[in-house]
Design a protein around this ligand. Sequence first.
Ligand code: MN
Length: 423
Amino acid sequence: MIKANNPALKSWIEVPTNNDFPIQNLPFGIFKTQSSSPRVGIAIGDQVLDLAVLNKLGYLKNLNIDNSILTNQYLNDLISLGKPTTSALRQRVSDLLTDTNTELRDNKEARGKVLQYISNVQLLMPVRVGDYTDFYSSIDHATNVGTMFRDPANALLPNWKHLPVGYHGRASSIIISGTNFHRPKGQTKPVDSEMPVFGATNALDFELEVAFIIGKPTQLGQSVTTSDADDYIFGLTLFNDWSARDIQTWEYVPLGPFLAKNFVSTISPWIVTLDALEPFRAKGYEQTPKVLPYLEYTGEKNIDINLEVTIQPENAEETIVCKSNYKYMYWTMEQQLTHHTCNGCNINIGDMMASGTISGPAPESFGSMLELSWRGTKPVKMNNGTERKFINDNDTVIIRGYCEKDNVRIGFGEAKAKVLPAL
Ligand code: MN
């Protein structure tokens, strides 16, 4: 077991009950304040530990990390030092925050310099995303969509159980939680019209997803095996792959999603390391028919992450519309990465690969409004008495996620954004 994951660890920093960031988590992010430039931080309870100042004060000296790597707009340079260094850094922070360690605990002046309340800082995009790929790896989601749009008897296309289907998305519009955006416009073809029309989407949807971030590059021509894949994955964030269903329906033939999905994707600010998630590994689906040898894997490669989506209408309380779990993935992220590189396609630090919509078997676990409202035929009731088929203007959509085991609960924070009226 990784020492920093020990459920018995306690911090001298007060961590509120049900907080996402106990000492067993220690996720990485980028933040700034009114008086400081962007820098690397680690979340602990409702505070953030400033690693740049911590390093400057000498608390990280054994790790030999140049301070320019910690006073940085992105985590990419830190991640590029490799897992031996980033894991040792997480371990060192764990030691420093452990209740029995006096080094920082008993230095009031240093404590005042390295800790800030998260509510007092601005969280920024944690990584510079070079390339973004979206998969389609939840069997319940793919079955629901195939049932709705094609043929219930043959909901999954012939390739689906043989390879993790995916497409190349757009990195430029991946944005940090809390950034609101305007309802996108585009071309759609109403069913009763012979000609397409241009205008704001009438079917704006969320997609509940989890993304992994590449932590080690490959050379062009190189492939990653399922047994090595975890070495190339730094950590995970929550991911909302916002989608305009009416635009998607009209444009997607024959090359797949384009403008229906590239206007905005929202991620949570903290990258939870794969190290921190190891205790929550879970058994995956039995894959039948047997996958080709290059996609075979051993061990427990799914992860038990409770996921939730809420919709908050303007001036109203949140309504939980979906409760799902990352463990419902049919294809594991290791298989996704192996497939992605099997042709020699190279990957870079900071690349983001999203799971695809994560639906479970129960109707309340469906990960999009498309499925929850069954293509608009079953409106979803809000706590304030209104109904939704898709997302309205001024609605805020919030994704949350957490793992729980042995009385330890580690979470991801939120991926949250409000939809403003079309420009
Ligand atoms: Mn998607």
